[in-house]
Design a protein around this ligand. Structure first.
Ligand SMILES: C[S@@+](CC[C@H](N)C(=O)[O-])C[C@H]1O[C@@H](n2cnc3c(N)ncnc32)[C@H](O)[C@@H]1O
Length: 220
């Protein structure tokens, strides 16, 4: 287990109460809008028999949905142990916990020890991490076929909201910060890793994007 400053801050923000609230919400109402959009796009691209790497999976909505849609196995790596416990509890409830590997830690720090997967997802995680390039490049290098992300749109009113959010965190004496990384930089990092964009949709402050690994890259 690796627990750096980032994990300590994530542990404090994404605590047991928050994890419980998110899990109960998912159990009652299913995936939230942007997560639903990403899951539907992944299902349309084909998930049967696939392996999943859900980075910062939270309550694990993406891997729960994809395992139930026929994915073979999943790995969930999260900086919050409370979220990991919630995701694992849901897997146990549905009887597929043995098909999921749960890892606690910062994915960027642990990337070399984490297995690659056919499908890698970062659902509302890029906005939690200061070094966007390190996170996105490590995620892309682990994705054999598809890379899906939900992250903030790079527009003035989202940037303003992020500043207000960070002010609130500072007032609460949290060291955690939210980031609105430039879309052009995120997109360039993923394309540079050998992917082509297949989907881009805006929903409020979020954008949902799906990339597929280029065929030439696949045949290497
Ligand atoms: C805003 S929550 C989103 C959770 C879930 N994906 C969702 O959309 O409901 C961000 C999650 O990413 C995790 N996280 C942030 N940075 C991470 C990193 N570098 N490695 C692993 N997990 C990370 C946090 O612990 C938290 O569970």
């Amino acid at each position: 287990m690796s627990c750096c400053h980032h994990c300590r801050d994530a542990e404090n923000l994404f605590d047991r109460r928050d994890a419980r609230r998110r899990l109960v919400r998912y159990q009652r109402r299913g995936p939230e809008g942007t997560t639903r959009l990403l899951v539907d796009a992944l299902r349309a691209a084909g998930v049967v028999g696939a392996t999943i790497l859900d980075i910062g999976g939270g309550a694990g909505v993406i891997h729960h949905e994809l395992l139930r849609a026929g994915a073979a196995r999943a790995t969930d790596i999260d900086a919050s142990s409370a979220y990991l416990a919630a995701a694992r509890a849901e897997s146990e409830r549905h009887g597929y916990a043995e098909r999921v590997t749960y890892i606690h830690g910062d994915f960027v720090a642990l990337a070399d020890t984490v297995a690659t997967a056919d499908i890698v997802t970062l659902d509302r995680v890029v906005c939690c991490y200061p070094d966007m390039a390190a996170l996105v490049e490590a995620a892309a290098s682990h994705a054999g076929r598809l890379l899906g992300l939900v992250y903030p749109r790079d527009v003035w009113w989202v940037r303003a909201g992020v500043r207000v959010g960070n002010l609130g965190l500072a007032i609460e004496r949290s060291a955690f910060r939210i980031f609105c990384h430039p879309t052009s930089a995120v997109d360039a990092a993923i394309r540079q890793a050998g992917f082509t964009q297949r989907l881009q949709q805006n929903r409020g402050m979020w954008q949902v994007v799906l990339y597929a690994r280029d065929q030439r890259e696949n045949s290497r």
